[in-house]
Design a protein around this ligand. Structure first.
Ligand code: NCD
Ligand code: ZN
Length: 331
C-alpha cells in the first residue's frame, strides 16, 4: 500500500460538454486538483469564460473533493488592471505559439520580449506564473530544442516571472531548466514511458501520438532521472488530452494521449521499479505546491498492489494501456 497526499495534475485537458462529463470524474476521483488548460474553441480568454468553465467543471465532477486551477489563454492585450481582477479566479496563464497544437490558432505569432513586456511585467508583479507550450514550427523532432532560446530570453528579461516549460520531452530542456532560477517544468507520464519508437517504430500507434512528440531514448532517460530524483524544479502534469476514438483512429489523427484513468497506478509502478517511491510525493504534489505557491485540498489517495484491467474505452475515448493489466490500483 502507498498513500499519496493531495496528488496534483499540473497540466490537464478537461474539454467541454459531453467529453467534459466523461473525463472530469476520472481526474477528480484520483487528484486533489489540476491545472485546467484553456484551449477550448473558442479559448478561455475572459474572466466570464473562466467563471463559466469552472462552473461547468464543478457540475461534471459532482461531489469529489477536487479543485480546478483555472488558466487563461495568453493574449498580449491583457493589462495590469485586467490581470489584477483575473488573479482572483486563475492560477496561471498559458501561452501557445499560434497554430502549434490543438486549438492554438489564436496564440502568439511572434514571441517578442518588447511586444509582450507590458503583460509579462504585470504578471511578474502580480505573481501569476506563465505556462508555455514551447515548440517552434520547425522540423518535428527539433521543435522543442529550437524553442529553448525563447525560454532563455524570457527567463532573463523577466527574472521575477515564474515560467513553466510545459510537458518537456528532451535532455536539452532538462539542461536549460537547471540554468535559470525562474524556469520550472511539468513532465507527463507518457513521456517518462515511451519514445518515438513506441509511436511509429512498428505499426503506427495513434493513441500515443501527441505534441510534443515522444523523442529519443536518451531524452526519456534525462526526464526519468530528474523526475525520479524528486528535483524541486519539476512537477507532474499529465497533459492527458482526450479525443474521441473517431478522431484518433483516422487519417489526420488528433494529437493527444488520454492518460487520466491510469496515471497514479502507472506512476507508482514506475517509481517503485526504480526504488524511488520515496520521491513520488514530491513529484506528484509537494513541488507543485511550492512552484505555484498553493495549498491544495487535503485528500489522501491510497493505492494497493492488486491487478485490474484498463477498460478498452470510456464512452468512446481510448485510454493509454487500454485492455492491459496494471499492477497497482487506487482504492
Ligand atoms: C493537446 C490537446 O489535444 O489539447 N494535445 C497534445 O497532443 N498534447 C494540446 C497540447 O497540450 O499540446
Ligand atoms: Zn496540453
Amino acid at each position: 500500500m502507498i498513500t499519496l497526499n493531495s496528488p496534483l495534475d499540473m497540466h490537464l485537458h478537461l474539454r467541454d460538454d459531453d467529453m467534459l462529463k466523461i473525463v472530469a470524474p476520472l481526474s477528480s476521483q484520483d487528484f486533489a486538483g489540476a491545472v485546467v488548460m484553456p484551449n477550448l474553441v473558442p479559448p478561455v480568454a475572459t474572466i466570464e469564460d473562466v467563471k463559466a468553465y469552472r462552473d461547468r467543471i464543478e457540475k461534471a465532477i459532482g461531489n469529489d473533493d477536487f479543485e480546478p486551477f483555472m488558466t487563461l489563454f495568453f493574449k498580449k492585450e491583457y493589462d495590469y488592471n485586467f490581470l489584477k481582477e483575473a488573479k482572483k479566479y486563475i492560477k496561471s496563464i498559458k501561452l501557445y505559439p499560434a497554430g502549434i497544437t490543438t486549438n492554438s490558432e489564436g496564440g502568439v505569432s511572434q514571441i517578442d520580449t518588447d511586444e509582450l513586456k507590458e503583460t509579462l511585467n504585470a504578471m511578474s508583479e502580480l505573481q501569476i506564473p506563465l505556462c508555455i507550450h514551447g515548440e517552434s514550427n520547425g522540423f518535428v523532432m527539433d521543435r522543442e530544442k529550437e524553442f529553448i532560446p525563447v525560454y532563455e530570453t524570457l527567463a532573463k528579461a523577466f527574472p521575477n516571472l515564474k515560467i513553466i516549460m510545459e510537458h518537456i520531452t528532451t535532455k536539452d530542456s532538462v539542461d536549460a531548466l537547471k540554468k535559470y532560477d525562474n524556469l520550472y517544468a511539468t513532465i507527463t507520464l507518457h513521456h517518462l514511458l515511451i519514445t518515438l519508437d513506441d509511436v511509429a517504430g512498428g505499426l503506427l500507434q495513434p493513441h500515443l501520438f501527441c505534441k510534443p512528440i515522444a523523442k529519443r531514448p536518451e531524452d526519456r532517460e534525462a526526464l526519468l532521472n530528474i523526475a525520479l530524483s524528486g528535483d524541486k524544479k519539476v512537477m507532474f502534469g499529465s497533459d492527458s488530452a482526450p479525443h474521441p476514438k473517431s478522431s484518433k483512429e483516422a487519417p489526420g489523427c488528433a494529437a493527444g494521449v488520454f492518460t487520466a484513468p491510469i496515471i497514479l497506478p502507472k506512476l507508482v509502478e514506475l517509481f517503485d521499479s526504480h526504488r524511488k517511491l520515496d520521491n513520488l510525493q514530491a513529484f506528484i504534489s509537494d513541488n507543485a505546491r511550492e512552484i505555484y505557491n498553493l495549498i491544495p485540498l487535503k485528500k489522501d489517495i491510497t493505492l494497493k498492489k492488486e491487478e485490474w484491467e484498463v477498460p478498452s474505452d470510456y464512452d468512446g475515448v481510448v485510454p493509454m494501456f487500454a485492455g492491459e493489466k496494471l499492477e497497482w490500483r487506487v482504492i
